[in-house]
Design a protein around this ligand. Sequence first.
Ligand code: KIV
Ligand code: ZN
Length: 508
Amino acid sequence: MSRHIAIFDTTLRDGEQAPGCSMNLSEKLEVAHRLERLKVDVIEAGFPVSSKGDFEAVRAIAAKVKECSIAGLTRAVFSDIDTTWDAIRNAVQPRIHVFLSTSPIHMEYKLRMTPEQVLERLVESVRYAKSKCADVEFSAEDAMRSDMDFLCRVVEQAIAAGATVVNVPDTVGYLMPDEITARVTELMNRVPNIDKAVLSVHCHNDLGLANANALAGVMAGAGQVECTINGIGERAGNTALEEFVMALKTRQDFFDCDTRIDTTKIYKASKLLYNIIGNSIPLNKPIVGKNAFKHESGIHQHGVLADRRTYEILTPESVGVKQNEMVLGKHSGRHAFAQRLTELGIDLTKEELDEAFVEFKKLCDKKSVVTDSDVEALVAHRKVDFNDYVLDSFNVHSGNDANSVAVMRMHKDDKKYEEVALGDGPVAAAYKAIDRIMKPKPHSLEKYTIHAVSEGRDTLGEAIVKLRFGEETVNGRGLSTDIIEASIRAYINALNKMTIEFSGETEE
Ligand code: KIV
Ligand code: ZN
């Protein structure tokens, strides 16, 4: 029987702490629910001591997600362990994740502790965590650059103190796969009580080896792998969940291991995360990139037409990518539209379907061919439709020899607004005019991206903006065949969400 490998997802902790990847509470909850549907074993929901926002997010996820263990990360400090326990205690399966560095460089320069002090601290903190929670994970930070004899003692004592899982991270992504194999093998052979806990690997991608290293760890006996959706994480990121899981599944013959993951949900999870952090999927990203299942050269196309297996080692369907060649257009009726939604795995109520169909028909007037990507974007946008301030119309004048001018007309309830503003470009001018109408709290535009949803000149442009208001961020998204309109809609959407999510008011 093949060996089960537990998937510990740290998208909401290691991933979220990377620059440009921050999420607000409702976005974290949405990601957590998606991870639950994906069937990860453990969700590391955050680092509760790091901020009030993180604490609240971990607590909310612990209360809502029922099908996975919920872990909270903590330093090896009693008061931090107390706070972490408060955040996760309502979870169906809570896990306290204690970490402490064990490499010479970290112990000397970061902790300013001797190895013996580190051992003592880890034992007392794991014991303390265990007194609160049955499931305790201990991570020996920078384990892969730690002295091997010392690391064996660390792992043994963490297990003796009550750790159910011991994680040996390659914190700086330094090791080669063979070295990971050697280290994990040595731990499996030398630590006398290793059978009392699960050994875990957590690999960073600084040298592009995170997935290879995680797989090497599994080959040598690790029973848990820590990873993130799309590989987001500190610096160059972590092992990408989708790459690791699909490597294990595609090469079952080699690894003889499996996971609980429902791989048909991978693409949706990846796309959701990219949408939330305001990026689009890189074309050549393994498993989920647009080109991952495309065959351009004549020789390849010929082979694939004869038998897909000539150039495809996994099917698009196995990761939830639909390859539907049938397109919708202005002659498509409600029934065809509803059927396509079902094929795409999108469930709508009757009212939602009615609304989406109206939007679909409007789109057909602008676009001759409506693709699956268009339909998905249309429905996703309908879901984030906060209609506080509503765009009525706009005019933008722009050229390369003068400032741009924007005139915005909007309404809220029965009140109509009109403002004019100048800016360096059409989007800047429009945003200034919107600010004059909506009077938002002080904020900065942290991210602005625009991308084509599908192909062709009449494609829909999707704009995503991320606004920062102090500690909090909100994303807004806008969709239109006109990229200025998409940008305007994204900004209004973010400001409306901000008004709803934080404090309930804009500044007068
Ligand atoms: O990379 C690392 O060492 C970590 C630990 C805190 C698990 O993220
Ligand atoms: Zn890490």
